[in-house]
Design a protein around this ligand. Sequence first.
Ligand code: NAD
Ligand code: DAU
Length: 353
Amino acid sequence: MILVTGGAGFIGANFVLDWLRSCDEPVVNLDALTYAGNLENLASLQGDARHIFVHGDICDRELIDRLLAEHQPRAIVHFAAESHVDRSIHGPGDFIRTNVNGTFTLLEAARGHWMGLDAAARAAFRFHHVSTDEVYGSLGPNDPAFSETKTYEPNSPYSASKAASDHLVRAWHHTYGLPVTTSNCSNNYGPYHFPEKLIPLMIANALAGKPLPVYGDGQQIRDWLYVTDHCSAIRAILQKGTPGEVYNVGGWNEKPNIEIVHTLCALLDELKPDAAGSYSRLITYVTDRPGHDRRYAIDARKIERELGWRPAETFETGIRKTVEWYLAHQDWVAHVQSGAYREWLDKNYAGRS
Ligand code: NAD
Ligand code: DAU
């Protein structure tokens, strides 16, 4: 079996669902159920003995030791993190705690467990760390896309905490020989994406007739990947990746934010037309994110060449599926838009002109 952390969040839940669709190997899913964790994402696994959910914190060493001893996983896939850049600007403490201290705790527990294995199990064991392209910093318009050898230049508390965790993972391999792999992926989108992030926020706001808040001039570029393509990349790394190696994962889909928002409006105009006119009437430019990175782009040639991974979705197919999913799951959106969610919207958007 495998141990997944953060498997009730956006990417982790998609990974667990995909994993159990494609094989019968059980998953122990450790998640603290912060505001971003949601057991509704895993509702289709209710009663499925292959999925063991554990409500707990990656900073809890005793709990992790117990889970490793009890379940003897052959791999750990580490998604758990505080993941939202804007929240890291308002409150960086949680990001240091979970992303840095939590990853350290997990590495130490994994090392202890791994050292107690027999030679064959030690050689087969993997610790996969799920990281982000944001650790590489911001690109100029003509810079080459991020390769695995790009220097780290994190600019937000979030990306700095992820960079710190990447360095810990690297050091645990270099110093102790722990068989780690790391993936640095670009922006994901798709089902179960929490509506604090650009794409689901714009869909939710448009359907509610609220302003679509575009930061700054809307010309910041992100490189978008449909979430199940990220999941298939992680599966490929677990199967065929080399310990100690880093793999950049991306879909070659660089788009300025304003283009994403126009695409969403056009899809909603087609799939759920509004009598008041095109949803694009709601686009509102607001004060920029402090320290906003201008451009991310991933050079995914290493994982394509060495592991034969390719994304299955184009941006056009993925974004249409995403809008259709949100239209069909308005109840899911309503449930996550709790009191705490509304407090976050007030905190993040009220101060922007
Ligand atoms: P998310 O915020 O949707 O989910 C994070 C999950 O981790 C939640 O279920 C939360 O409850 C859990 N968690 C948080 N703190 C925890 C703790 N201390 N102990 C146990 N569980 C805890 O995040 P996501 O977008 O699914 O991202 C998952 C991972 O992928 C993160 O490591 C993130 O840095 C990375 N990543 C995300 C993207 C993206 O576009 N979303 C892209 C590249 C990499
Ligand atoms: O690049 C990978 C990263 O992508 C992940 O590591 C992070 O966990 C994930 O949250 C995401 O970070 P971003 O900051 O790029 O995603 P977000 O959806 O918050 O914003 C995408 C872009 O849209 C960014 O340039 C900011 C802009 N934006 C965002 C929001 C929420 C707006 O213009 N308006 C908004 O209201």
